[in-house]
Design a protein around this ligand. Structure first.
Ligand SMILES: Nc1nc2c(ncn2[C@@H]2O[C@H](COP(=O)(O)OP(=O)(O)O)[C@@H](O)[C@H]2O)c(=O)[nH]1
Ligand SMILES: [Mg+2]
Length: 214
């Protein structure tokens, strides 16, 4: 029998949205985590960027699909499709920009409005390399995270501090939540429910059907 493509070989598929004010460093956190790269440029492309990353938790292979806004957050234009089916959210602010910390309330409202009520969220204070420019105290962020029942970490996409840990923590927390829930999960996108060896695209699905009947 032919070996299945690597993209099929996972136990869980988690859609994770990355949200927060423009300039907080969302794209660079995703870039650092998925490609170990960093860019000084701010992305201006319009459209949603998807970045996959496969991780192992508790012996299970989890494909995390990270949804990066690619600029629409600037215009408050994130449609409900962006949040639909998301099982996790990385909520990002910039420790040197109090406005991005104040903006978190607005992002939480967006989550409440569009996302699954059980979504697992991790708060990230990015740019911790710029400690001399810090304007948001760690204690204030900790208090905020506690109030909203989410874990919290400070990161630097530039220096690669806690980036892997932040995503790993989020994926592990989602896994803990879903591992004992009988599938299908309520109100979630099909992709979160897909199990090992199920086809990813219509084309693959068609191929699979052909394989099955010959
Ligand atoms: N010093 C520092 N700059 C960062 C960090 N992360 C992102 N940046 C910079 O902040 C700007 C905005 O980053 P970007 O990832 O495009 O933010 P986004 O709008 O939230 O996606 C860019 O100039 C990045 O180079 C970081 O951890 N430290
Ligand atoms: Mg961006």
């Amino acid at each position: 029998m032919t070996e299945q493509p690597a993209s099929w070989d996972f136990d869980y598929h988690f859609k994770i949205v990355v949200i927060g004010d423009s300039g907080a460093g969302k794209s660079n956190l995703v870039l650092r985590y998925t490609k170990n790269e960093f860019s000084l440029e701010t992305q201006t492309t319009i459209g949603v960027e998807l970045a996959p990353k496969t991780v192992k938790v508790d012996g299970k292979i989890i494909k995390a699909q990270l949804w990066d806004t690619a600029g629409q957050e600037r215009f408050q234009a994130l449609a409900s499709a962006y949040f639909k089916g998301a099982i996790g959210a990385l909520l990002v602010y910039d420790i040197t920009k109090p406005s991005s910390f104040k903006g978190l309330e607005k992002w939480i409202e967006k989550l409440q409005e569009h996302a699954d009520p059980n979504i697992t969220t991790l708060l990230v204070g990015n740019k911790c390399d710029l400690s001399h420019l810090r304007e948001v105290r760690t204690e204030d962020a900790e208090e905020f995270a506690q109030k909203h029942n989410m874990a919290f970490l400070e990161t630097s996409a530039l220096e690669n501090t806690n980036v892997e840990l932040a995503f790993q923590k989020l994926v592990a927390a989602i896994y803990e939540r879903v591992k004992n829930s009988p599938l299908p999960l309520p109100d979630l996108d099909d992709r979160n429910k897909r199990r090992k060896l199920e086809p990813e695209t219509e084309e693959e699905e068609e191929k699979n059907v052909k394989r099955g009947c010959c």
